[in-house]
Design a protein around this ligand. Structure first.
Ligand SMILES: Cc1cc2nc3c(=O)[nH]c(=O)nc-3n(C[C@H](O)[C@H](O)[C@H](O)COP(=O)(O)OP(=O)(O)OC[C@H]3O[C@@H](n4cnc5c(N)ncnc54)[C@H](O)[C@@H]3O)c2cc1C
Length: 422
């Protein structure tokens, strides 16, 4: 008589973007999964919009049922019809304009909308308001997961998708998996209709980073998921952004002045950020995006980064406890790749666990293959995200200050000459 094998049981610690994408993908494959998420209100989530490139949208297509995937596209702005990718200085002068991107299948989506659609797709497995407290490997190889409420749960595989401060990934690595980059971000959203005409005309439908002296930068991104919907299915669309809006993020080298911003909220945070940038040499129209911002949801966050070298990512032997997303390869949002990379991790792991379920691979072999791909993908994304971080820090050195004050206007003049009608 053949003995029937127990079905594969997976526990996911963390129902953020990566954990929810994985949960939805496992449910779609019929794999037994339970996801513990600390938050009780999933719409209370940091950040504003998320860029998903073609690789991430392709991953989502494989993870989600068709209707959930269509809801994501219907709630997203396509990058196809957006303006160019620009670099400006602190006065708004153009330093560089990359041509409008070809249609790379990329979209921009409100972070809250994306999380809610993923949570909906993961609903059968998602337990909100639960905190993973400890885990241990039992003699029979199973994983025992203890929650803060005192309950214990058993699985064959535990996936740490618990973000930048992951205790599970740190325990696997024997050290923290990331370090602070020395940059503080302050983010907000400003409806285009709230801006003075001059600023609106300058920003147009472009997106990009502006740099200034003293370790300062300002990302401004155009976001209009209603008029620029990637897919026309209004019945499935529920964007948070319902009118053309600029999503902005001030990026500042950390110092005692930026420490003073961290406890602030709302109008106080807006005013202190404006004052700090003004002291560094920023002027209107760039500052208008901050002075006219919605004060609701204005927030500060420190940027962390994992290793840029693939072999240093997930430095542990493959086994039944693994991790994905920010827990392994945290990165600042300067290249807009953190969520996309976490979602690609989720797709790779869901595929790997399917081979385990189908008894085509053992757990360590499937996790080994998954972690190999994640190391390469994660390190590349961290490296791309750290490029702008280096530029912003460089403007805070004595030489960098001179380059920023003299070189930026010079660069802007050259850019104007380059585009002068002949
Ligand atoms: C404030 C903020 C703003 C951001 N803005 C942007 C942006 O605009 N664009 C962009 O591309 N990227 C942004 N990012 C980065 C991007 O969101 C992340 O790269 C992406 O969310 C990574 O997904 P993840 O699932 O690995 O982690 P997260 O999405 O961070 O999810 C981790 C989850 O684990 C839960 N958790 C933690 N510990 C436990 C525990 N012990 N038990 C149970 N649950 C736990 C947390 O509540 C959280 O929901 C931002 C990040 C932050 C923190």
């Amino acid at each position: 008589m053949t003995q029937e094998k127990n079905p594969l049981r997976v526990i996911v610690a963390g129902g953020g973007l990566g954990g929810l994408a994985l949960t939805a993908g496992l449910l779609k494959r019929g794999i037994d999964v339970t996801t513990f998420e600390r938050d009780t209100d999933l719409s209370r989530t940091g950040g504003y919009h998320i860029h998903l490139d073609r690789a991430a949208t392709t991953a989502l297509r494989g993870l989600l049922e068709p209707e959930s995937f269509e809801a994501i596209l219907a709630s997203s702005a396509t990058t196809r019809v957006q303006g160019g990718d620009v670099m400006r200085d602190m006065r708004g002068r153009l330093l560089l304009r990359k041509a409008a991107p070809d249609d790379d299948g990329g979209v921009n989506i409100d972070r809250i909308t994306l999380r809610l659609i993923l949570a909906d797709a993961a609903a059968a497995a998602l337990r909100t308001g639960t905190v993973v407290h400890r885990h241990s490997t039992e003699d029979d190889g199973t994983i025992s997961v203890g929650l803060e409420d005192g309950t214990t749960h058993t699985a064959d595989v535990l996936v740490a998708a618990d973000g930048v401060h992951s205790h599970i990934a740190a325990a696997l690595a024997g050290r923290p998996t990331n370090t602070p980059t020395g940059l503080l971000g302050i983010g907000g959203r400003t409806p285009a209709s709230a801006l003075p005409k001059k600023a609106r005309e300058l920003f147009s439908t472009d997106s990009g980073l502006a740099i200034g002296p003293g370790g300062t930068g300002l990302y401004i991104g155009y976001h209009d998921p209603v008029n620029q919907a990637a897919v026309n299915s209004p019945h499935l669309a529920h964007p948070v952004t319902t009118e053309p809006t600029y999503i902005w993020g001030a990026v500042l080298s950390e110092s005692p002045s930026t420490d003073a911003l961290r406890p602030l909220e709302g109008g106080e945070l807006r005013d202190a950020t404006t004052a700090l940038l003004r002291r560094a040499g920023w002027t209107s129209p760039m500052l208008d995006v901050i002075t006219h911002t919605d004060t609701d949801g204005l927030a500060t966050f420190r940027f962390h980064a994992g290793p840029e070298v693939a072999n240093d990512v997930a430095p542990w032997p493959a086994g039944p406890v693994t991790a994905l997303g920010d827990a392994v390869h945290a990165m600042p949002p300067t290249a807009g790749m953190g969520a996309a990379t976490a979602i690609r991790d989720a797709a790779a792991l869901a595929d790997g666990l399917e081979t385990v379920r189908d008894q085509q691979a053992t757990i360590p072999a499937a996790v080994h293959d998954f972690e190999h791909g994640m190391r390469i993908r994660g390190a590349a994304a961290v490296s791309a995200s750290l490029g702008p971080v280096g530029i912003i820090h460089a403007t805070n050195t004595p030489a960098g200050r001179i380059v920023a004050r003299v070189g930026l206007p010079l660069g802007a003049a050259l850019e104007r000459l380059r585009h002068r009608p002949r």
